[in-house]
Write a protein that binds this ligand. Structure first.
Ligand SMILES: O=C(O)c1cc(=O)[nH]c(=O)n1[C@@H]1O[C@H](COP(=O)(O)O)[C@@H](O)[C@H]1O
Length: 286
């Protein structure tokens, strides 16, 4: 089954378009997991336990796993998410000459979808696009402040570069496996890009810690898909969900000498609550 078919079934089952970003920053993994062989895996396992009923997908960002233990932690995490019936989108923002891209694309044997960077052009993405069953999310208008530096540049035709990327992505969508990444911090661009590509699902990051527009994310991020009973797309929050338990820690601070460890169950329950809250908020607009 193709990624977007799987995803639409998952969105329907979980009644959710929430992508839970597994950005397992080693500096923010709670100390009570320090003794674990692979703290990032121990952390993700508990996060998945707490959030899976609200997750349309998990999106680990490769940046947080690029070391020997990290790759092991990531592999365990992917298997565990799959065991809960939740697809995994690896946020790796790949893009390189064909020979290299072919190697990068092999990761699609393990994960269900990936983010890619279109800066090197269509041939650099071909090995990913050729994997008809995998989802390939092309960066289009990113959520960071510098996203405008290049992506908003006006071409001779008068259109901004991000519009050209969206139109190109449409031509790359031979297998119906292409998505676009458009940040929730750019609601006007979200609307504009949706008009250019009515049928392509978006991954919309930037709600939560980056303060993006959740209503615009849902209104423009989701696309109708033939044969699917729900509109398809993803709205991601990473730190706002997985580190929600830090607030529990702050609330249990005792005395001037520092904090005592937050109750472990309460720490992860906070992540579950944050995912449930985001799901509810987004569902208001679906
Ligand atoms: O491709 C992405 O997922 C992405 C694109 C973008 O424009 N902005 C963006 O924040 N992201 C990723 O989405 C996640 C956002 O994390 P939070 O800001 O903690 O919710 C990070 O993993 C970012 O790398």
């Amino acid at each position: 089954m193709s990624f977007f078919d799987d995803l639409s079934a998952r969105i329907d089952d979980a009644d959710s378009v929430v992508s839970v970003g597994l950005d397992a920053d080693p500096d923010r993994i709670p100390e009570f997991l320090d003794d674990h062989d692979l703290p990032r895996w121990a952390f993700n396992r508990r996060i998945i336990d707490a959030t899976h009923e609200h997750a349309a997908c998990y999106k680990p960002n490769a940046a947080f796993y690029e070391d020997a233990d990290g790759w092991r932690a990531l592999r365990e995490t992917v298997a565990y998410a799959h065991g809960k019936g939740v697809p995994v989108l690896l946020d790796a923002k790949r893009g390189d000459i064909g020979n290299t891209a072919r190697q990068y694309a092999q990761v699609l044997d393990e994960v269900d979808a990936i983010t890619v960077n279109p800066y090197m052009g269509g041939d650099s993405l071909q090995p990913f696009l050729a994997e008809a069953d995998a989802g390939v999310f092309v960066l289009c208008r990113t959520s960071n402040p510098g996203g405008a530096d290049l992506q908003d540049l006006e071409l001779d035709s008068g259109e901004p570069l991000y519009e050209r990327v969206a139109a190109l992505a449409d031509t790359w969508n031979e297998h119906g496996n292409v998505g676009l990444v458009v940040g929730a911090t750019a609601p006007e661009e979200l609307e504009e890009i949706r008009e250019t590509v009515p049928d392509i699902p978006f991954l919309v990051p930037g709600v939560g810690a980056q303060g993006g527009d959740a209503e615009a994310a849902v209104e423009h991020g989701l696309a109708a898909r033939e044969g699917a009973s729900v509109d398809v797309g993803l709205v991601n929050s990473s730190r706002g969900i997985i580190f929600a338990g830090e607030e529990v820690g702050r609330n249990t601070v005792s005395g001037a000498s520092g904090g005592r460890a937050p109750d472990e169950d309460a720490y992860f329950a906070a992540a579950g609550d944050a995912a449930a809250r985001l799901k509810k908020r987004l569902n208001q607009y679906r």
